[in-house]
Structure formats: structure tokens, C-alpha cells
Design a protein around this ligand. Structure first.
Ligand code: CA
Length: 454
């Protein structure tokens, strides 16, 4: 009996050590999350795109998940099909009154008849995207099981762990249709062996109530305990809606952006993710100077989205994709990024010394210093990084010394400590910037053209 009890304690201690080691490793790592697989190089969310993202060395592959009419879980970003498939041609008239073709209205067999197309090849910032071939590639929407099957197989042949980052899309919409998407997703994950926090997986969702339900109810019921990432939308987004007084209204995320809110959420989440424009304004200034430190102190990782290399997607403070990555990874201090260009991001991290930039407790951004090994006096090759400066400043002369960093001071805010249905003031801009005032020069739009996605 004593032996059994001792081994039980030993198991507990070993498990705790393993979980602790897993967390500490993640806290120091910079990771690349392949946003919708290798979506910058091939069409989003299909098996060849997954294989490409894995082959390029991505740490995690993202899956956006929705359900079909016959309760299958498929990998599709939108709840509707028209943006990425030929559904309107194959199934004319199967749209709802709002004109949209919902995946929830089609069986898996019907969805398998659809062919994928590159939605960004001819519009917006689609230059350099995979040329639309008139769907000659015959790519189709994969099921979640098919994608996991592929990844598990590649883990074996490539002899490495491949992380997955599934997103449970719009539980509220599925619930309206009588479907429990979270339960369906978790059962598939358990089937494929994802059951503990040390497994290489983050489950992400925009719905805080649903994540809490997953943590408090579904995990215990299924014998699982995975890392959860709370996605944070701006309050004008449509990602999560709550029913108030009989009306579906946008979820108000303000509470979770306070330290007390983060602390409350840290009881059930392991990370947070948000659009990068919620962290940094169009001029390169931190909008929430303490958020990332607060998150790290609570053991949470920060994974913003979506990083793209097209010129139209680059903010004014980043002259290149690599400069943008340098800025967010090593100056803002995020732990990972969702990017369409996973291969470029992997190459960037491989070229970059693993040295987090020093950041003061007050949130002031300091210039990072190259790390030079004593054995190797040659400084490492670094991509060109923009100095942090107000957007209104003139372009620096090439030989000039780096411009002094912008100093950011937090203003008092009135962020509520806990969620409530009441509308609270927008706390999006709790900063003062020494030097030019924000009003001196019209700042670029906070939300660049790439706000199309999550
Ligand atoms: Ca997503």
C-alpha cells in the first residue's frame, strides 16, 4: 500500500515537473504558427498546404474548425463556403436568405464536391499569392480527422513533434443550430491522443464563456486538460456574440485586457491571442504597455495575428516582413505569431539570435542588442530592423545613429475588473507619447488592410 501511495506521489511530482518544464520551455521560445497552414504559399486549409507548412518547419499548424450538417468537423475558416470554394456554381440556390452558403447546411459528401480556390490571388494584397488556376488543382476542404491523420504520419516520417493550433469557430452560431462544436472537436482530439498540457497543442477560441466551459466541464468529463488560448477581438468584431435581452450582441472584451481580468482568465487559459493592431498602433507605439509583461507574469504566452509579407500589409514602421517580425518578436516581446508566411518566419528566427530584447517594467521599448559569442567575434547577420520612432518622423539617413526609442506612459484607465454585460468605455488608447503628440500628424489607420482574418 505504501509502495502504491509512494508511486502515486512520484507520478504526481513527475507530472508536475513535466508540466512545469513544458511551460518554462514555451515561455522562452519563439514560435511560428502557420496561419491556415501555408496559406501565403498555397491555398488555405487543405492537405498539401499543411504538408508544405510542416516541411517549412512551422512549430504549429492552425486549423479553423466548423461543423457540417451531418455533424462532421471540417477545416474551414469561415462558417460559410463562398469565399474559398465554387459552392455557388455547384449548389445554386442553397444559400440562406442572407445570400450566404453556410457549411452547416451541407453534408460532408456535398462539401467534398467543392473545389478550393485562392481567395486573394486577384484582389487586395494578393500579389504573390498562388495563382488561381481555375481550380485545376482539385483541392478540397479536409476534415479535421484527415488533417490530424496527415500530421501524425508526418510526425513519424519526419521524426519530430508537430504542434497543432485548432480554433473552435463561433460556438454561439453552432449552438443556435443545435450543435456542440467544442465537444465534437475535443472528442476527435482525444481520439488522436491529445489529452494533456504537455501535448503540443493549443486550443483557441474567441468565446471566453466557451473556453471556461471547456476547462471546467468538458475537460473533466472527457479526462482531458489541454492548453487553451483566449483570442481577443475588438468590440466591433463579430467573432463572438452573446444573447442579451433576447438580442445577439458583440462580446465586450475590455475586462480581459486588465491585469485583474487576465489573472481571472489565467485560471483556465495558457495564452492569449489578438490582432497585432491591438498591441501596437500604426506608428509603432505600444498601445498596452504592460499587457505582455502582465501575461508573462501570469504564465501566459502571447500569440498575435496575422503577419503577412505583402507591402500592403506592412505597417509604416516596418519596411519589410523581417523587420515586422523583429519588432514583434524581440521588441514588443511576443512569444509567437500567426503568419501566412510560415516559411519566411522560420528562416527569420533561424537567422536571429535567441535573445529577448530588454524591456523596462514600465513598458518602455528599448533597442535590442546583437548577441556576440566570445568564441565568435563576428556579429551575427541580422535582418534590417527599423528603429522605433514616431510615424511622422522623417526617414533616417542610412549612416545615422539609431533614433531614440519612443517612451510610452500609461494613462489611468477605467477597465472593469470583471466581465459584465454593460458597455464600458473603449480603453484602446491608454497612452501618452513623449515627443510628437498623436494629434500632430494623422496616424495611419490602426487596422491595416489585413484585418480580414483571424
Ligand atoms: Ca483562426
Amino acid at each position: 500500500m505504501l509502495v502504491i501511495r509512494s508511486s502515486g506521489w512520484l507520478c504526481l511530482v513527475l507530472t508536475a515537473l513535466m508540466v512545469s518544464a513544458a511551460f518554462s520551455a514555451q515561455a522562452g521560445e519563439k514560435i511560428v504558427i502557420a496561419h491556415r497552414a501555408a496559406s501565403g504559399y498555397l491555398m488555405e486549409h487543405n492537405l498539401p498546404s499543411v504538408a508544405l507548412a510542416v516541411g517549412m518547419g512551422s512549430d504549429y499548424i492552425e486549423q479553423d474548425l466548423v461543423m457540417t450538417k451531418d455533424d462532421q468537423v471540417i477545416v474551414l475558416h469561415d462558417p460559410t463556403l463562398a469565399r474559398v470554394t465554387n459552392v455557388a456554381e455547384v449548389f445554386p440556390g442553397r444559400n440562406r436568405a442572407d445570400g450566404k452558403f453556410y457549411a452547416l447546411d451541407f453534408t460532408l459528401a456535398e462539401i467534398k464536391r467543392l473545389r478550393l480556390r485562392e481567395p486573394y490571388s486577384n484582389i487586395g494584397n494578393g500579389q504573390g499569392r498562388f495563382p488561381d488556376t481555375g481550380q485545376n488543382l482539385q483541392l478540397s476542404i479536409p476534415t479535421f480527422r484527415e488533417e490530424l491523420e496527415l500530421i501524425r504520419g508526418l510526425e513519424k516520417t519526419m521524426r519530430r513533434d508537430i504542434g497543432i493550433y485548432p480554433e473552435i469557430k463561433q460556438p454561439w452560431l453552432h449552438r443556435k443550430e443545435g450543435k456542440d462544436i467544442s465537444m465534437a472537436v475535443l472528442k476527435i482530439l482525444r481520439e488522436y491522443g491529445y489529452t494533456t498540457k504537455i501535448d503540443k497543442i493549443f486550443v483557441q477560441c474567441f468565446d471566453p464563456d466557451e473556453l471556461k466551459r471547456i476547462h471546467d466541464e468538458l475537460f473533466p468529463a472527457l479526462g482531458m486538460d489541454l492548453k487553451l488560448t483566449q483570442l481577443i477581438d475588438d468590440n466591433n468584431g463579430n467573432e463572438t456574440k452573446t444573447l442579451e435581452w433576447g438580442e445577439w450582441v458583440n462580446y465586450n472584451y475590455d475586462w480581459i485586457l486588465s491585469k485583474s481580468g487576465l489573472r481571472a482568465a489565467s485560471a483556465y487559459i495558457s495564452g492569449i491571442g489578438m490582432d497585432k493592431s491591438m498591441l501596437v498602433d500604426g506608428a509603432g507605439n505600444l498601445l498596452r504597455p504592460t499587457l505582455i509583461d502582465d501575461a508573462h507574469q501570469l504564465g501566459l504566452v502571447v500569440h498575435p495575428y496575422t503577419f503577412r509579407r505583402e507591402k500592403e500589409s506592412l505597417p509604416s514602421y516596418a519596411p519589410s516582413f523581417e523587420a515586422l517580425l523583429e519588432f514583434f518578436y524581440f521588441k514588443v516581446g511576443v512569444d509567437g505569431v500567426f503568419t501566412d508566411y510560415c516559411g519566411d518566419a522560420v528562416l527569420f528566427l533561424e537567422s536571429r539570435p535567441d535573445a529577448p530584447a530588454p524591456r523596462s517594467a514600465a513598458g518602455e521599448i528599448l533597442p535590442s542588442q546583437p548577441v556576440v559569442s566570445p568564441e565568435s567575434p563576428e556579429p551575427p547577420r541580422l535582418p534590417q530592423t527599423p528603429p522605433i520612432r514616431p510615424a511622422s518622423a522623417p526617414e533616417p539617413e542610412p549612416p545615422a545613429a539609431p533614433v531614440a526609442p519612443a517612451v510610452i506612459k500609461p494613462l489611468p484607465t477605467t477597465v472593469p475588473a470583471a466581465p459584465s454585460g454593460a458597455v464600458v468605455p473603449d480603453t484602446r488608447l491608454p497612452i501618452l507619447i513623449t515627443g510628437p503628440e498623436p494629434g500632430d500628424q494623422p496616424a495611419p489607420a490602426a487596422a491595416p488592410a489585413d484585418r480580414r482574418s483571424r
